[in-house]
Design a protein around this ligand. Structure first.
Ligand code: SF4
Length: 193
């Protein structure tokens, strides 16, 4: 592959930018749209403010929405954590939301099956609840003996629980309470990982 000097690289880059610009001007001139002002893609969109859900940094985000579609995402300038910046994951929130590959319902792979099938949220919650109850009944320990004394522990060894970057402070608090109420002591949160 021929080597380019820095000067040659700059020269070729400038030439290709100029060629693209002239080609676009020509297309617009031929279609009679040379002086047409195109509307901003955010024109008429409603604005919502939130927190990016991808990781525990919790960057503030401004989201512009038209109908069901996100048309723009920007870092929130006033937010103390990110001060207007977003990393590539935060920037891609728009694409993830609008993607037709986005998973929006629970899937189950039945015993012996080689494929995933959609089920309703009610069915998924029901299945999980039954499984948790079943494992809890089999692996819950109420007390152990230490130095000949019975010590209450109320612990559930059979379940490990992993929290999510999708939940906020209050939800994380409830998540902890929920685990402790069941006796689960093996649990952690995405922020810790
Ligand atoms: S923008 Fe990036 S760093 Fe900020 S919360 Fe989202 S994923 Fe995390």
């Amino acid at each position: 592959m021929p080597k380019l000097s820095r000067r040659q690289f700059m020269k070729y880059t400038a030439a290709s930018v100029a060629a693209s610009y002239l080609a676009e001007k020509r297309v617009h001139a031929e279609s009679g749209e040379e002086n047409k002002v195109f509307p901003l893609m955010t024109a008429g969109a409603t604005t919502s403010y939130g927190i990016c859900h991808f990781c525990s940094v919790g960057c503030g985000i401004e989201v512009k929405v038209k109908g069901d579609e996100i048309v723009s995402t920007e870092g929130l300038k006033e937010h103390p954590i990110n001060e207007g910046a977003l990393c590539p994951k935060g920037r891609s929130l728009k694409e993830m939301h609008n993607s037709d590959m986005r998973l929006t319902h629970p899937l189950v792979r039945k015993p012996g099956s080689d494929k995933w099938e959609p089920i309703s949220w009610e069915e998924a919650i029901d299945k999980i609840a039954h499984k948790v109850k079943d494992v809890r009944e089999k692996t819950f320990t109420d007390a152990v003996e230490i130095d000949g004394k019975k010590v209450t522990v109320n612990r559930l060894e059979g379940i490990f629980s992993l929290g999510s970057a999708e939940i906020d402070n209050e939800e994380a608090y409830l998540y902890t309470k929920f685990n402790r109420a069941l006796g689960i002591h093996n649990y952690t949160h995405q922020a810790e990982i």
